[in-house]
Ligand binder design. Structure first.
Ligand code: OAD
Length: 248
């Protein structure tokens, strides 16, 4: 796949005048690694009911069921590797631009690709949180030997993931919003842009006169407000974008 020369020139022209670049990613960037999206044809929310598995009420009602579902997702995720799109963003982070990566993904593939600064809006599936003490720690046990897993204090832990009806971490939102407001160039990769507040960051960037590029094979609610909507797979487009940015 090649990016249209006109589009490549526009991105190159904007990048030349840019210092701060923001990437906002969603499940689509991990699709080519084999991670299911949420709302696509085989999306998780097509096959599972979010209200039974990803709400605080569901966890209170049946922590075992909720953990079995996360245990299954963790088993599926463990062998998966970052793809060309994750790697392209990790490469761009190593250049002279000031890069902020904001992700809605909980799969940890950006870090596995080598990204150091990653604002995880929705948490991380490899972290757990004590429901009593609130302590957060890594748990990489796959499959889990005891479900639900426990904290050293004796309480059970929950996935450190933001569920429907819960608030996001205020510090992370404020860092992400300020990165969007101060960005010169923003790339939105593989998100359906229907979940807030992530979906509003492109608007914040546009209002602050950033140049905004969307990469998604399908149209989304924000396709109409961005400067360029690139209908491409992340793994095809992102290596070209990394090349354009690095050639400057
Ligand atoms: P969605 O499943 O809603 O959207 C995935 C998007 O990726 C769609 O717009 C697809 O067209 C696009 N896509 C698919 N394959 C792609 C590819 N190869 N390259 C680029 N784009 C591709 O996922 P999100 O927008 O991430 O929340 O969903 C947002 C949140 O809703 C998730 O973080 C999750 C979910 O409930 C939590 O888990 C807390």
């Amino acid at each position: 796949m090649m990016i249209d020369t006109n589009v490549a020139e526009k991105i190159s022209d904007k990048a030349e005048k840019s210092k701060r670049i923001v990437f906002l990613t969603g499940a689509g960037i991990s699709a080519e690694s084999g991670v299911p999206t949420f709302r696509g044809t085989d999306g998780l929310w097509r096959n599972f009911r979010a209200e039974d598995l990803a709400t605080p009420q569901a966890f209170e009602r049946d922590p075992k069921l909720v953990w079995e579902w996360y245990d299954m997702r963790r088993q599926n995720l463990l062998p998966l590797e970052p793809n060309k799109a994750h790697k392209a963003i990790a490469d761009i982070e190593k250049t002279g631009y000031e890069v902020t990566l904001i992700t809605q993904n909980v799969d940890g593939l950006h870090q596995k690709a080598g990204n150091v600064n990653c604002l995880e809006l929705h948490g991380n599936i490899w972290n757990v949180r004590c429901i009593d003490e609130g302590k957060i720690f890594e748990n990489m046990e796959v499959p889990l030997s005891i479900i639900p897993p426990a904290c050293a204090c004796g309480s059970i832990v929950r996935p450190h993931i933001v569920w429907f009806g819960e608030s996001l971490d205020a510090d992370i939102i404020s860092k992400a919003a300020s990165a969007a407001e101060n960005s010169d160039l923003m790339f939105i990769v593989g998100t359906s842009a229907v979940v807030q507040p992530a979906a509003s960051f492109p608007l914040l960037a546009r209002q602050s006169r950033a140049y905004v590029v969307e990469i998604n094979p399908e149209l989304t609610p924000i396709s109409g407000i961005v400067d360029i909507s690139l209908h491409a797979k992340a793994g095809d487009a992102m290596p070209y974008i990394a090349e354009i940015l690095q050639d400057i």
